[in-house]
Ligand binder design. Structure first.
Ligand code: PLP
Length: 380
């Protein structure tokens, strides 16, 4: 008989979360997560599902019928988008200007797609002329782009231009909105995005676990008209439709507590008002950016492409980013992150998302960072 391990009741450390996600969870969301479970087919839960869908439509600014939370983290809603829309043999155009374009590539390949690229350096958005040239060269069936690239702190502007190019070529557009939904202007219908997905733990300030996804009728027609089954049973929208569509029949047990949490997080978006929320993110991130610049630090992206929800700032010469992050965590219980991929060792990534996007948090990051930089001999 194996003996029980010698563990104590769980008591995770308190942290101030100002990294690329998760952000701090709103107290009202935490509270609702201790509410008793009800069954995933209980009429009361079905009502909650309807409300989540309605609130998601508002937050995505869409009338799409096919608007659901996918069970799992942002990668699950991402894989649902790529795994359903991409059929074997489809050509899929993905960007190379950040970490998550690379993940799009992996998912599109696993779905049987032939991947082609549109290039831009890490730290810059896609140029519509380059996207148009890639369409002329490859004539892709599906085009994925990242609206808010968490690895570089770049916001993709001119989304309507990108979607027009794709639609002139009869392609479908998938937008990664993981770090923009609920924090940065996003208008799915007005910008003519066919499929958009997100996660809970960024600007919605919800724990990860139920991840927003929306598809327009055109995209869903492609999904429902596939010649081959979606390779994942769990993420197959033609099956999930039975649970989230009219029928409300069992597919898998919904992560009930996560759905409660998302419902409350979206309720908070509705109460604040989407535009006011975008404005708050911008104001708080401006306070952060100005504070960083006063310290003599330099933002990585041009102002034009600055992403308020994720601030990428250059590591000053002579500063060891790993040591800096360790000191912030050990001495201040503060989480921010370093760079990834092409920007590894070159930038720090400071989130300004959801409930974390408020003055006390911003001031705390600025003072802790100033102290930690000074401890490495940095002078503004
Ligand atoms: C832009 C972007 N896309 C996709 C993901 C994947 O989400 P998750 O880590 O929740 O699976 C993330 C997570 O950080 C992200 O920032």
């Amino acid at each position: 008989m194996q003996q029980p391990p010698d563990t104590d009741p769980l008591n995770p450390p308190q942290r101030t979360l100002m990294g690329p996600g998760p952000s701090e969870v709103h107290p009202r969301v935490l509270r609702i997560m201790s509410a008793p479970l009800i069954g995933h087919l209980d009429p009361a839960f079905i009502e909650i599902m309807d409300e989540v869908q309605e609130l998601l439509r508002y937050t995505f600014q869409t009338d799409n019928r096919w608007t659901i939370p996918v069970s799992g983290t942002g990668s699950a809603s991402m894989e649902t988008a790529f795994g359903n829309l991409v059929e074997p043999g489809d050509t899929v155009l993905v960007p190379t200007n950040g970490y998550f374009g690379g993940r799009m590539e992996s998912m599109a390949e696993r779905a049987g797609g032939d991947v082609v690229h549109v290039d831009a350096p890490w730290g810059e958005p896609l140029d519509p002329d380059d996207v148009a040239a890639a369409f002329d060269e490859h004539d892709p069936d599906v085009f994925g782009f990242v609206h808010a690239e968490t690895s570089t702190g770049v916001l993709q502007p001119q989304v309507s231009e990108l979607t027009s190019i794709a639609h002139e070529h009869d392609a479908y557009v998938i937008a990664d909105c993981v770090t923009s939904l609920g924090g940065v202007e996003l208008r799915v219908d007005e910008w003519d995005v066919d499929v958009a997905y997100s996660g809970g733990q960024k600007c919605l300030s919800c724990p990860p676990g139920a991840s927003p996804l929306t598809l327009n009728d055109r995209a869903m027609e492609k999904v429902l008209g596939r010649d081959t089954d979606v390779r994942s049973w769990y993420l197959d929208l033609s099956l999930l439709e039975g649970y989230w569509g009219e029928e409300r029949s069992y597919h898998h047990t919904a992560p009930i507590t996560n759905v409660y949490a998302l419902r409350e997080a979206l309720q908070l978006v509705a109460e604040e008002g989407l535009e006011a929320r975008w404005e708050r993110h911008r104001e708080m991130a401006t306070e952060l950016k100005e504070g960083l610049e006063e310290m003599g630090l330099e933002m990585n992206p041009d102002d034009e492409f600055w992403l308020p929800s994720l601030n990428a700032v250059r590591v000053p010469d002579g500063v060891d980013d790993g040591k800096l992050l360790a000191e912030l965590q050990e001495e201040h219980a503060l989480e921010i992150a370093s760079g990834l991929g092409d920007l590894e060792g070159e930038i720090l990534r400071i989130g300004c998302m959801g409930y974390s996007a408020r003055t006390p948090n911003i001031q705390f990051v600025l003072s802790a960072l100033e102290e930690a930089l000074a401890n490495q001999g940095y002078e503004a």
